[in-house]
Design a protein around this ligand. Structure first.
Ligand code: SF4
Length: 209
């Protein structure tokens, strides 16, 4: 990657990004996938044209708002690419926040580390579709065996930490009903696949095609 992932967006108040919690949402640039259906394409491709926000300023604001909020959602882009992700989670937990991380699941070792260090309360992991369709779904050449291996590592972590994971799938046009059924069978026992309806991204997203 030729750029350092940075904080690019701040939503001070959300009731939908962490079900059941009042949260703030921080958006970071950079992603290891290039999904043609991405809704945060500017951010995912590096966000060089978007202004960066100061972590120190956002952190002070979060500290001041602690009594009104339950937690902070870290999203992107793909936040497991952030070299300072663990440190940031630690800082947020230090002032009493719950932390949720959204991830595409391609870096299970980072998820495992955050989990082991008890720095994250909830991981929302996207399962894009059947392993064989990943390359088309994420706009990159992905070996089905590699993505299967990585996601199985996450499923294994989830089966031992049931309350810390949820799995989501967005019903993009490339997916058929039978694909969704295949993905449901991937999940560890006791997990339900959260289905998200797909909405067309704007024209600008053609940049990923
Ligand atoms: S994983 Fe795909 S949808 Fe998610 S931020 Fe990256 S490019 Fe966008």
């Amino acid at each position: 990657m030729h750029y350092r992932p940075e904080l690019k967006g701040f939503l001070p108040f959300s009731l939908i990004d962490w079900p059941g919690k009042v949260s703030s949402v921080l958006f970071f640039s950079g992603c290891n996938f290039a999904c043609p259906t991405c809704h945060n394409f500017e951010l995912a491709k590096g966000g060089q044209n978007l202004p960066s926000l100061s972590w120190n300023e956002i952190y002070s604001s979060l500290r001041a708002k602690k009594k009104w909020l339950d937690g902070v959602v870290l999203t992107g882009g793909e936040v497991t690419l952030l070299p300072y992700l663990g440190e940031m989670c630690f800082e947020l937990k230090k002032i009493g926040y719950g932390v949720k991380v959204d991830s595409n699941g391609f870096r299970p070792e980072i998820i495992e580390e955050l989990l082991t260090k008890e720095l994250v309360d909830l991981f929302a992991v996207d399962v894009k579709g059947p392993w064989e369709k990943y390359s088309k779904l994420v706009g990159k050449n992905i070996d089905p065996a590699e993505i299967a291996f990585k996601m199985k590592k996450i499923f294994s972590l989830a089966s031992k930490n049931h309350d810390k994971f949820l799995f989501r799938l967005t019903k993009v046009p490339l997916l058929e009903e039978k694909d969704i059924e295949i993905v449901k069978k991937y999940l560890p026992k006791g997990f339900e696949l959260i289905l998200q309806e797909y909405k067309e991204p704007s024209e600008k997203n053609l940049i990923f095609k």
